[in-house]
Design a protein. Structure first.
Length: 274
């Protein structure tokens, strides 16, 4: 299998009088640099507090995605972020937050984030955006710009329809990469194009098979003789080899590094306070 491209973005925060000492470094991981029309790309991120004030983040990754995380197209649409404060107020009211202390890093796990909903873009050969974290009162922490290419796939293969025709599973091949996707049938607002959610990379030549594994919630996937377990509602692999489960592999390794780095930061602070 071709080695997946991993894109990294480094954050330079905005500065305002309200958040004068709030800075962070956002490391963004995308697992391919191309998308098909209607695709919501996915990845994960590590957030390091490089300022002197704590950064307030939602504990639950679902709440974080609802109220704080957003992929923002470039150039900016001045009206695109109008609803963000209301989303943020909802999670502040209903969710639990924690303080990311200076010099410490946080990695969310157990969920993939859709870091680019390309239905909000004019689909084109090149699309630019930032991955941004909202801290309330109009304040954003923005990653450096990322670029993905809009492409027409070389081929698509239908694998099956599940849950009363609500979802379809397909493989998409583009150049030397082959990916498994979940699609949702199109609606008029999407101009006849299905909304597509990438799941994982696949080998180029192996036969792909899928069958229900647990009451239509979990599905077993065969990539040749390799097997994976896919959670349809969480939209993630809960089991699978690292070459397929690229999100799980990166999240596990990056979280381990963050925990080691945080332990060292705390050790140094304890020594300084003696």
């Amino acid at each position: 299998m071709k080695k997946m491209m991993i894109m990294t973005a480094v954050l330079c925060s905005l500065h305002t009088s309200v958040f004068a000492d709030t800075n962070a470094l956002i490391e963004v991981k995308l697992f391919k640099d191309w998308v098909i029309k209607g695709e919501c790309d996915f990845g994960n991120l590590a957030i390091k507090n490089t300022g002197t004030d704590s950064i307030h983040l939602a504990k639950d990754p679902v709440y974080f995605e609802i109220g704080q995380l957003k992929a923002r197209p470039l150039p900016r649409d001045p009206y695109a972020d109008r609803a963000q404060e209301e989303h943020y107020k909802v999670i502040r009211w209903d969710g639990e937050f924690f303080n990311l202390l200076p010099e410490e890093t946080h990695v969310y796990e157990g969920r993939k984030f859709h870091l680019g909903d390309y239905n909000q873009y004019i689909f084109s050969e090149e699309m630019r955006f930032t991955v941004s974290v909202y801290l309330g009162k109009g304040f954003w922490l923005d990653s450096e710009p990322l670029t993905v290419n809009g492409v027409v796939p070389d081929s698509e293969e239908h694998l099956g329809t599940i849950d009363s025709d609500m979802w379809k599973l397909i493989t998409v091949t583009y150049q030397n990469e082959r990916w498994l996707y979940k699609t949702i049938p199109s609606r008029p607002i999407r101009e006849g194009k299905d909304l597509c959610f990438p799941i994982c990379p696949l080998s180029l030549t192996n036969k792909i098979r899928i069958e229900p594994y647990d009451n239509k919630v979990l599905f077993k996937i065969w990539d040749g003789d390799k097997t994976m377990i896919y959670d349809m509602y969480k939209s993630i692999l809960i089991e699978g080899p690292d070459e397929n489960n690229v999100l799980g592999k990166w999240t596990r390794e990056r979280k381990q590094k963050a925990e080691a780095d945080n332990a060292e930061v705390r050790r140094k602070k304890a020594e300084e306070e003696k």
